[in-house]
Design a protein. Structure first.
Length: 312
């Protein structure tokens, strides 16, 4: 179908404002512009019962970790480690703040967001290792935090979805922590597939496009050969068997759509229970835009339903 009218209106507002593509900026400029754009499109963040800021040990130094609680501490609750997007180059826990609040309330879980290290200052695999440290810390400190370590899920959007998928591979191969579910929202899954899957229809400079994909990978990988590693390209893992059940969300007007759906198919072929849903007429990034796109709210509700069932 054509670009959804609400998404088209968003595109036209960007055109009138002369919004430059993020890939035309320096990483520092792009980080500020990306956060401002996400906040403008996210609507009013929902209140939650409590937000806690923690500092946890990481492989390269202390990491910021934010906890969102749906109710005051008192009973063990399931936990979702949600990893923000931004092409491994942009973002922070503030980037996914509105998403984390909505999922916390709708799922009824504690949601954690970790400030993993960003590229190009810290290329692959720094972010993966930071996310592993966060998952281990949550599981290891579950009792003190009022969390149920047997009901731990991981999720993320875009590069966050890539990191979530990589984390499930690490957890499987290293014997934990046990993960109950993985939520992958338009994830990067194959470094080599992204350029091939993105044709002329993904050239629009006012939307996330194939140049965006190349720009982010270029920052993340110190050596292009690293893109063949399964922790960078989960679709290239020798086996996907034994991974946690998955929910995969894709967007029709997204150069990552095909590789996200191919990953869902590969998981299914490996015997992993998967439910996938493509949102017609939507661009990459729509999941965070609940203030301007109705489909964003629908997708977040769908994700919450899947997580609530998995963490029951």
């Amino acid at each position: 179908m054509p670009l959804h009218p609400q998404a088209q209106a968003l595109r036209e507002r960007r055109a009138r404002a002369g919004t430059p593509p993020l890939y035309s900026l320096t990483p520092a400029q792009a980080r500020a512009a990306d956060l401002a754009d996400i906040r403008a499109a996210a609507g009013t963040p929902e209140p939650v019962a409590a937000v806690e800021e923690h500092r946890i040990p990481g492989p390269g130094g202390e990491l910021a970790l934010r906890l969102y609680r749906p109710e005051p501490p008192g009973r063990q609750l399931p936990v979702l480690l949600y990893l923000f997007g931004g092409g491994w180059t942009l973002g922070s826990p503030d980037t996914s703040d509105a998403i984390c609040r909505r999922l916390t309330n709708t799922v009824g879980c504690v949601t954690a967001s970790v400030g993993y290290r960003l590229a190009p200052e810290h290329p692959f695999p720094a972010a993966v290792h930071d996310c592993r440290a966060a998952a281990r810390w949550l599981a290891g400190n579950a009792e003190a935090l009022g969390l149920d370590p047997a009901r731990l899920a991981v999720g993320g959007d875009s590069a966050g979805g890539n990191l979530a998928a990589a984390l499930t591979l690490l957890a499987r191969d290293e014997g934990g922590p046990a993960l109950r579910h993985q939520l992958l929202v338009y994830p990067n899954t194959d470094h080599r597939a992204a350029p091939a899957a993105a044709g002329e229809q993904h050239d629009d400079p006012l939307l996330f496009n194939r140049r965006s994909v190349a720009w982010y990978w270029g920052h993340y990988l110190a050596d292009p050969a690293d893109g063949d590693h399964p922790l960078a390209s989960p679709l290239r893992a020798p086996s996907l068997a034994g991974l946690p059940p998955a929910t995969v969300i894709t967007a029709e007007y997204d150069p990552l759509c095909e590789e996200g759906e191919r990953y869902a198919e590969a998981l299914r072929a490996a015997g992993v229970p998967v439910e996938s849903r493509r949102y017609a007429g939507m661009p990459h990034g729509f999941f965070a835009m609940t203030g301007v796109l109705d489909a964003a709210g629908e997708a977040q509700r769908y994700a919450a339903e899947r997580l609530r069932e998995a963490l029951r």
